[in-house]
Design a protein. Structure first.
Length: 261
């Protein structure tokens, strides 16, 4: 003889419980937008939602400045990983939770070392020492590599004849909470999400190269505000050069954030 069991709890979005002695089931539903915004019980949820929106804004500024390089180097989870880094940056900002300043300078280490592809780690593929040079206005930035030898080319595909280095800058303004409109806004929109990209010519894998300079310029006429961070990125692609035409390989490419200036 079978006995009917009355389950108490939630299974596949359906909640089962007893109400006034009767067995009731109903479909679970998330809180509405108005409830999150105006119900005091959802204060923490509201703060998390607004700061997540700000993290999305920061991430969008960065990958907009990176331009086509995102498509070349990224993995499927690039955007969500970058947003997660920006969320950590906001947690270090000044102000009440849900209204904290979103400024890369509050936690630059969250971005430095960030890989466009999580499994293609730039500093494990290319070992040459690099330095960053910048003028006082931060309008001109140079990535300098004093010496690049074949031993610095780690995990170089056997069939590769050449490699190309790509330097990129991408600007990201601070974003602050606007009490009047109850939203985050870009503090300096004219200097936000701007970028520049420079590549080396194809370089022989088996040869040593001296004083590689990748000079980048911010595409802005006015001075760069102090609350605008310039993210600096360096990438590598291996490939073959046949009949003076370089064709990059799908594998063995990587790009990471190497500095914030």
């Amino acid at each position: 003889m079978f006995k009917i069991l009355n389950i108490i709890g939630t299974i596949k979005g359906i909640t089962y419980y007893r109400l006034n002695g009767e067995y009731v089931k109903r479909k679970s539903s998330p809180p509405s937008r108005d409830k999150i915004l105006f119900d005091p019980r959802f204060t923490t949820v509201k703060a998390n939602v607004t700061e997540f929106a700000a993290a999305n804004m920061l991430a969008k500024s960065i990958y907009t400045g990176l331009q086509e390089n995102v498509k070349i180097f990224k993995d499927s989870y690039f955007t969500s990983r970058l947003t997660g880094c920006c969320r950590k940056i906001i947690q270090k900002g000044r102000g009440a939770k849900g209204q904290r300043e979103a400024n890369v300078f509050n936690l630059p280490d969250a971005l430095i070392g960030f890989q466009l592809h999580k499994k293609q780690i730039f500093n494990q593929i290319y070992w040459a020492n690099k330095s960053i040079l910048s003028n006082n206005a931060r309008s001109n930035i140079t990535v300098n590599i004093k010496n690049s030898s074949p031993i610095d080319l780690r995990n170089c595909p056997k069939s590769a004849t050449h490699f190309v280095l790509t330097a990129v800058i991408s600007s990201v303004s601070a974003h602050t909470w606007n009490r009047k409109i109850k939203k985050y806004q870009t503090t300096y929109p004219a200097a936000n999400a701007l970028g520049d990209t420079v590549q080396t010519p194809p370089l022989l894998c088996r040869k040593e190269h001296q004083d590689i300079n990748l000079e980048l310029n911010m595409p802005i006429k006015n001075s760069i505000p102090s609350n605008v961070a310039i993210t600096v990125w360096l990438g590598i692609q291996y490939g073959k050069k046949i009949d003076n035409i370089f064709t990059s390989f799908v594998s063995g490419k990587a790009m990471e954030c190497i500095a914030i200036v």
